[in-house]
Ligand binder design. Sequence first.
Ligand code: SF4
Ligand code: SF4
Ligand code: FES
Length: 215
Amino acid sequence: MVKVKVNNVEVEVPQEAYIIDAVEKAGFRVPLLCYLQGLFNEATCRVCVVKANGRVVPACRFPVQEGMNIVTSDDELEKMRKINFELLLATHNIHCWDCYRKSTCTLSTLSRELGVEGIPVCSECPLYGEECLVKQGIPCLGPLTVAGCDAECTRQSAPCIGCRGFTSSIDVWRNAIKYYRDNGISREHLESALSIFWVVIPVKLREIINEVYKQ
Ligand code: SF4
Ligand code: SF4
Ligand code: FES
C-alpha cells in the first residue's frame, strides 16, 4: 500500500493503483469521459487532468507514488479540462435528437458541467422522450441554442425560442440547418423563427443558411 494526499486528505491505496482510485477513495470526483474502469484507460480525452506533485497528468492513467500530493481542482485545471473537452466537441457530429444512447449521454452531461457551449438543447430534450418538434414541422430553435436549461420548454412540448443564445460551434450550426432542411422546414419558416434574433444573427450563420438551402 502507498499513502498519498488528495486535496490534503490522506488515503492509502494499493501500489498499482492509479490516481483516480485515490481521488475516489478520498471522496473527491474528477470528470471522466474516455475511461472505463478495467476496460479502457488510454487517456485519450484528458478531461480528467489533475496535478500530481505540481505536474499536470491524467488521473485515469497516472500511477500513484508514495507521498504523492494530488490536487483535483484549481483555475488552471478547470481551464484545461474545458479546452480539452471543446477540442473533442469540435469533431463530434451532433445528432443528439436521433442518438440511441441519448438517455445515458456522458458528453451532454459533461458539456453542462464544464460550461462548454458547443452542445445544443437537442442534447437534453430527447432525454424526456418528447417527439422532436422539427419532425412535426415546427422550427424549434433547440438545434442552434446552447444547452443548459434542461430543455425547459421542449419537455412541455413548446418550441425552444433560443433564450440562451446560439451555440458556439460552426459544425453544430451546419448540422442544425441541414436538420431543418431535411425535415421539410422551409428557409422562410426558419428565418421567421429566427427573426427575433435576426439583427444579431452571426454573419457565419447567415452564410450557412444560404449555403445549405441552396444545396
Ligand atoms: S424538439 Fe427542438 S430541442 Fe427537442 S430535439 Fe427537436 S429540435 Fe431539438
Ligand atoms: S427557450 Fe430557453 S428555456 Fe426554452 S428550451 Fe430554449 S433555451 Fe431552454
Ligand atoms: S478520462 Fe479520458 S483521459 Fe482520463
